[in-house]
Every structure is written in C-alpha cells, then in structure tokens.
Ligand binder design. Structure first.
Ligand SMILES: [Mg+2]
Length: 277
C-alpha cells in the first residue's frame, strides 16, 4: 500500500517553508531514473529496471537472459547490502556494469532493440510521473536525471512520449554503435548505481547555477548522496521506498526527508509543485 512517511516533521516543515520562500526560480530537481521516475515493478510483480526490460523485451535469447539474471543475483545483494564498505561495493558495481555491457555486445544488442524497448509495453513512468514532468517543464524547473541505466533508452523513451522538454538533462550511460547499428561498447566513465555523486552538475551548468535548492529523488540509500549538501543552498531528499528493502527502513528514514512507500505515485510532488505555483 502506498504511504508517505516524514521521519522528522519539524525539520521537514522548516525545509519546505524555506523552499517556498525562495520560490521556483531557485529550484532544481535531481532524480534517479530506474525505480524512481519509473515504478519498482510491473503490475504482475516483475522487477522493472532498464536492464530487466532489456532481458524481457529485447529478444536477445534465453542464454543472454540467463547470464544477465545470474549477474543480477550475484550483485543486487551487494548493491543493497548495509554491511559491506562503500569502496568494496563500488568496485563490484563497476564490475557488474562492465559485465552487463559485455553481455549486450556478445548477444548482439543494437539500435533496433533500443527501438523495441522505447516503444514496448514494459518501460513506463511511475504513476504521476507524466504530470510531474509537465509541471517541471511548465515552471522551467530543471530536471537532472542521473541514472546508471542507458541514456539512449531514457532519452528515446521520453522523446517517444513527448516528454523530452528543454528543462530535462540526462546523465547516464552511453552506448557505442557501429555503422550498421550494432552495439560495440560503451563510453567511459561507467555510471553505476553507487558512483553518482556530483554528476548532476555536469553539462549545461548555467541551467543550475542559481538553482541550488535541490529536490532529490532516489530509491537507494546511495542515491540520497547524489548531491553534496555543500553545493546546495538547501536539499530535500525523497526516497522511493519499496518492500524489497523493508529491512532497511530505519536507514532510509535516516537519510531521506520523506519516503514514498509501497511503490507509490509521484502525485505527492505534483501537489507540492502546484501549491508552490
Ligand atoms: Mg534507481
């Protein structure tokens, strides 16, 4: 069931009041993509990330799906582990992403598959996501999407949905293709789930220069650290909290100012923005 949790109501009230006074022209949104702007799972319970969608919809064959699933089973527990050190986790995430990209090359991923994902059934925005993007565009609030997914997929999808507005800037992995559209590799550096810190300020800096009241949206504990507080004039962190990490609820409550639980909608932020307008 969807539920909004505000762990520190007094601090929340102060932050919100401050943001309200500063207004829209100081505001910027920095958001993760997978499981944040998109839902954590499909209505029938399947995990929904860029890579899961590739497995389900790209048609690269059963051997690819098995190999990719094996990587997921190995590394997902590392990704959400509260015991391992950040350094150790980052090293393993780097390996996971490189192995996944190598699989895509080996099993013949190409531009025609990109097209299938973009126009397919699985990839979708979280409920309220479309309205949220429209509101941000309408108010000129920059949206920085920082994702360990694939930029071609995110960009293509938003374009297909008529949601690739001028205020949107995507920082994610870029694939390399040869002349006939076959994937031959990826551009460096790899953005994996645990090395996103500071990346939101990359590219088109002027857009966010005077907008240092940041609303951060993320679904992992590390996403909460995507934006360094020292580079902001204020930050409100919103965690998209799914039952899969229920055992980490206290840790989420410690790093996020608000939790949208149960794979809930982004309506909360639409209402908040409309209020500000
Ligand atoms: Mg995510």
């Amino acid at each position: 069931m969807s539920e909004i949790v505000i762990p520190r109501p007094e601090m929340w009230r102060q932050k919100v009041e401050r943001f309200r006074q500063d207004g829209l022209e100081r505001l910027c949104v920095v958001s993760d993509w997978d499981r944040t702007l998109t839902p954590a799972r499909t209505p029938d319970g399947r995990v929904l990330t860029t890579y899961a969608i590739i497995a389900h919809e790209a048609g690269l064959g059963e051997d690819y799906v098995r190999a990719s699933q094996a990587l997921y089973e190995t590394y997902r527990q590392v990704e959400v582990s509260a015991e391992m050190s950040a350094v150790e986790k980052r090293g393993q995430m780097q390996t996971w992403w490189e192995e996944e990209f190598a699989l895509l090359v080996r099993y013949g991923f190409g531009k025609k598959h990109l097209e299938q994902l973009i126009t397919g059934e699985m990839l979708r925005l979280r409920e309220g996501g479309e309205a949220f993007l429209h509101l941000l565009a309408q108010t000129g609030v920059p949206l920085r999407i920082v994702s360990a997914g694939i930029r071609d997929v995110i960009e293509g999808f938003l374009e297909h949905q008529n949601l690739l507005f001028d205020n949107v800037h995507i920082i994610a992995n870029r694939l390399r293709f040869d002349a006939s559209g076959h994937m031959v590799g990826h551009l460096e550096p790899v953005i994996h789930s645990l090395n996103k810190q500071g990346k939101w300020m990359g590219g088109q800096k002027a857009m966010v220069q005077d907008r240092r009241n940041v609303i951060l949206l993320g679904d992992t504990l590390e996403d909460a650290q995507m934006v360094d507080e020292r580079h902001t004039t204020g930050i409100i962190r919103c965690g998209l909290f799914d039952a899969e990490v229920e055992q980490l609820r206290d840790l989420y409550a410690a790093v996020y100012d608000v939790l949208i639980c149960g794979d809930g909608p982004l309506t909360f932020w639409c209402d908040w923005l409309e209020d500000l307008i």
